[in-house]
Write a protein that binds this ligand. Structure first.
Ligand SMILES: Cc1cc2nc3c(=O)[nH]c(=O)nc-3n(C[C@H](O)[C@H](O)[C@H](O)COP(=O)(O)OP(=O)(O)OC[C@H]3O[C@@H](n4cnc5c(N)ncnc54)[C@H](O)[C@@H]3O)c2cc1C
Length: 468
């Protein structure tokens, strides 16, 4: 069967490469005449059993899980550190490991929390099992665990293409300082959040005819905050024991200012989150309706949100005594993304199934967080409490006709409402663990990812300490 290269639309350098061979790129794919020229410019960076794309909560846990099952694993990450939204978006805390005080996510994700806690970089807030963390120690702990598992790291490397034989992935193409490189593998896990690999490979995506997406928020760290005050003591730690986590007193002050005509943009929360350092908090307040898969749209949103960060900081300084001396110590490497592409998988998890706690035969992970849908415009938010911890089926991690591709994290197959819970980090870690174990199992069984023995998968995951 013919091998074909599929490249991300507008991938840096590749358009020039194709054009220099006299053939334009079309629709995100190389025109036939450019194939040969491009292939000859891509150097092999090795053959692996499993290649994981994306080093966020889903990806780095997936890589550890697959490697511990005996697979030769590589992970590709465009930043110089692991952690995804936790470290590139300053999204805190890690939510939620427990439902009503009972832990429902275990195995490698929980081991990570314990290792981070031992480093002095995490505190678990019970009964919800939300985890406060130190951003820099998170990066260190994730990196140590991935390297200890024997995973080959490809950092500062962007996934920009893939090579396919029909619907089978042969290799992924990355771009870094070495130029263009390809990594071959038996199985691939897309943990890019945006489903970049699945999209390039041609996997059908969930329809979104209304083009509604939850907003993006640019988070930042404020220092000079009176974190010993009653206000911050109440709202900075999210155990659930004292009610909701949004800082209502500050919200009311900002809403009043807006009603009185202050020039303040729409906002969410605000939420003030511990970064485990006296005087500093991670702030989640800005919001913009934007599509993270469109570079121009996302760039414009990030520029506007950076302005907003400083407007809100000024408003807090002037109107909330606990923030009188605050300043922006750091903005996250990028704006946070709540929602973008999700695959149309063998099974799509619906909010009805999720809230009802349907216990699938092929359950591989769980979710404890309430459904938390932020309005794309305005300051609204819809919350639906779960009656019990939910389950995630393996079939939501795979698409129908793609025999060696799994997805993990927020790009799995679910409807918008189910995503509004499943997207939180502990859930993404649990899904990543399942994807890593399933990838290794499907190689051992020499079966397509759609045909593996899911009873054996559930049993392996249970033996690893998952609470499914
Ligand atoms: C504002 C905001 C607030 C939130 N609040 C909470 C909260 O309080 N608690 C909670 O638990 N969760 C929260 N979430 C949700 C959570 O952070 C994310 O849904 C979760 O991190 C998704 O995990 P992931 O591994 O699927 O993707 P990500 O965390 O997005 O990780 C994807 C990784 O892939 C890499 N990547 C992407 N594309 C490429 C590419 N082409 N090449 C190479 N690398 C690539 C990225 O750099 C990143 O490291 C929030 C999210 C936002 C945006």
């Amino acid at each position: 069967m013919d091998r074909r290269l599929f490249l991300k639309e507008g991938a840096a350098g590749l358009a020039a490469l194709a054009l220099s061979s006299g053939t334009a790129l079309a629709g995100g794919k190389t025109a036939a005449g450019a194939q040969e020229s491009l292939s000859s410019r891509i150097r092999s960076a090795g053959k692996y059993d499993v290649v994981v794309c994306g080093g966020g909560p889903a990806g780095f846990i997936a890589a550890i899980a697959a490697a511990r099952q005996g697979a030769k694993v590589a992970i590709i990450e465009r930043y110089s550190f692991l952690g995804g939204m936790a470290t590139m978006g300053y999204v805190a805390p890690i939510s939620e490991f427990a439902f009503n005080g009972e832990r429902v996510i275990g195995g490698i994700p929980w081991e990570f929390v314990q290792r981070l806690e031992a480093l002095g970089g995490a505190t678990v807030q019970w009964p919800k099992g939300n985890v406060d963390f130190d951003i820099e120690l998170y990066k260190l702990c994730a990196q140590r665990m991935v390297l200890e598992a024997g995973v080959q790291l490809f950092m500062r490397s962007s996934l920009i293409g893939c090579e396919m034989e029909g619907t089978r992935l042969c290799s992924v193409i990355i771009e870094n300082k070495n130029g263009l490189e390809s990594l071959e593998a038996e199985r691939f896990i897309d943990a890019t959040g945006d489903g970049d690999l699945a999209f390039m490979a041609g996997v059908p995506m969930q329809a979104n005819p209304e083009k509604e997406l939850q907003p993006s928020s640019y988070c930042f760290v404020l220092s000079g905050v009176d974190t010993d005050s009653e206000l911050l003591g109440r709202y900075m730690y999210h155990s659930g024991k004292k009610g909701g986590s949004e800082c209502t007193p500050v919200r009311n002050i900002l809403l009043k200012l807006k009603a009185e005509g202050a020039d303040l943009p729409d906002f969410g929360g605000p939420w003030f989150n511990s970064v485990m350092h006296k005087g500093s908090v991670a702030v989640n307040i800005t919001r913009a309706a934007t599509d993270s898969t469109d570079n121009r749209d996302f760039t414009a949103a990030e520029c506007r949100l950076r302005e907003d960060i400083f407007r809100f900081t000024d408003a807090l300084r002037r109107n909330v005594p606990e923030f009188r001396n605050c300043y922006v110590a750091s903005t996250a490497p990028q704006a946070g993304i709540r929602e973008s592409r999700r695959i149309l998988g063998v099974h799509t998890v619906t909010a009805d199934e999720y809230v009802a706690g349907v216990k699938y035969d092929d359950r591989v992970s769980r979710g404890a967080h309430q459904i938390d849908m932020h309005a794309s415009k305005g300051s609204g938010q819809v919350l639906i409490k779960l009656k019990q911890a939910a389950y995630v089926p393996y079939r939501a991690l795979i698409a129908k006709d793609f025999p060696n591709l799994l997805v993990a994290g927020r790009c799995i197959s679910c409807d918008r409402k189910a995503l509004a819970s499943l997207r939180v980090q502990a859930s993404c870690m649990g899904i990543g663990q399942a994807a890593g174990v399933a990838a290794a199992q499907s190689i051992r069984e020499a079966r397509a990812v759609q045909d593996i023995d899911t009873g054996a998968l559930v049993a392996t995951l249970q033996s690893l300490g998952t609470l499914i």
